[in-house]
Design a protein around this ligand. Structure first.
Ligand SMILES: *Cc1c(COP(=O)(O)O)cnc(C)c1O
Length: 405
């Protein structure tokens, strides 16, 4: 397969360009703040920069309480503990998501109930949620795929009606909005990620947004090893002790210092990603118009943070061929995800299940290189490669029909 793709002339030059799928970046004062964190002489959790990140997110996104965490996974685990789940309780979520969305609840003894997605945004299909509710359902965990919001009005209404905790896995949705409201600020709880592959990064990092005040006090305790140390710091108790379950969910001050350097440039970074996104759309227009590639949908009432650029091919075969093609050209394109209901763990939890839209999307989707420092040349090279690939496919198709005739 690779040899066939490399016979075209002029490609030796092209194949020497290496474009990674993702690349960590520095946008401003990240390293200066890391140094300052050390010289301030306070590196344990909840120092100056951790507080600064927390306040910035609370103000910017109008969230009553934000707790910085070591990862979105940690935030989801805290959310799951806060749901007070019992063995056999059920949590509704999409299957088309990252492992942590489900594993956080499974650790608490709950069973994931996977619901299919919408074919346009690849977000959970709000019209399928109610049918999945049983008397064991305790929570709904939605995922805002690619930084584009789920249909939150409808989902909030369902959660209220059935008295369910609503959690937003907004790992990909930091600085995205739904009808003017920040993702992560709409459900009872919201979870952010600052992992290297997300929009704003510090290597590994996250935050738990607490929009429903009834979770505040316990969340603080769970985050601090199950102790009431935060109350002690505020002078509300004269010594702190072990009062509940918990873990070490406070992030390193070094990571927060780095992250603060990015969060203070939230708008600039998003603007850059928007430009990159639109320039891909422009470059790939011929392929989108001819129907070879379906571009992401952003509904009118959703404001995206341009977390990723993906496309849908016409079949699983074309997608896999394209992945091989890019690999041979050293372009870092990847697929997304192995649906959780088709994973070993998912199968062992829910048995065999068919989710047609999820399975279609997962088999046909490709994510193109997308990161802050992606250059115009990089994007042109990706686009050029796509043109060659589609020409190659078209030739193969016409050769085949010529032979068949
Ligand atoms: C990245 C991601 C996570 C995990 O985030 P970490 O910060 O790496 O733990 C969870 N859910 C979704 C949807 C993600 O994209």
């Amino acid at each position: 397969m690779e040899a066939a793709f490399q016979t075209n002339n002029g490609l030796t030059r092209m194949s020497q360009i290496q474009i990674p799928f993702n690349k960590p970046y520095i946008a401003g004062k990240e390293l200066y703040y890391v140094a300052k964190a050390v010289t301030k002489g306070y590196l344990e959790g909840d120092g100056f920069y951790t507080q600064a990140c927390c306040s910035l997110l609370e103000e910017k996104f109008e969230i009553p309480k934000v707790l910085m965490t070591p990862s979105c996974t940690a935030s989801l685990e805290m959310a799951a503990i806060l749901c007070e789940l019992e063995e056999g309780d059920e949590v509704i979520m999409p299957s088309y998501t990252f492992v942590s969305t489900a594993s956080a609840f499974v650790r608490e003894g709950a069973k994931p109930v996977f619901v299919d997605i919408r074919p346009d945004t690849l977000n959970i299909d709000e019209n399928l949620i109610e049918a999945a509710i049983t008397d064991r359902t305790k929570a709904i965990c939605v995922v805002h795929y690619a930084g584009v919001a789920c249909e939150m009005d409808k989902i909030v209404e369902i959660a209220r009606k059935h008295d369910l905790v609503l959690i937003e896995d907004a790992a990909q949705g930091v600085n995205s909005f739904y009808k003017g409201r920040a993702l992560g600020s709409i459900g009872d709880l919201g979870c952010y990620s600052f992992h290297e592959t997300k929009n704003f990064i510090c290597g590994e990092g996250g935050a738990l947004c607490i929009n429903n005040p009834r979770f505040q006090e316990r969340a603080e305790i769970i985050r601090d090893k199950g102790t009431n140390r935060q109350k002690f710091f505020r002078g509300q108790v004269d010594k702190y002790s072990w009062v509940d379950v918990g873990s070490s969910y406070v992030p390193s001050e070094l990571c927060s210092a780095f992250l603060y350097g990015q969060l203070e440039l939230l708008e600039e970074i998003t603007e850059k990603r928007s430009e990159l996104h639109h320039s891909y759309l422009e470059l790939l227009k011929p392929h989108i118009e001819s129907g070879w590639l379906t571009a992401p949908t952003v509904p009118e009432h959703c404001q995206s943070n341009y977390h990723m650029f993906y496309g849908l091919l016409d079949s699983n075969q074309s997608r896999d061929n394209l992945l091989d093609f890019f690999k041979a050209r050293r372009v870092g394109a990847v697929f997304h995800y192995i649906p959780l209901h088709q994973s070993d763990m998912g199968r062992s939890l829910v048995g065999r299940q068919t989710l047609p839209v999820t399975e279609q999307a997962a088999s046909r989707l490709i994510r193109l290189p997308f990161f802050f420092e992606l250059t115009e040349e990089n994007q042109q090279a990706v686009s050029q490669n796509l043109t060659e690939f589609f020409d190659f496919q078209m030739d193969a198709a016409s050769n085949w029909s010529a032979k068949a005739a």
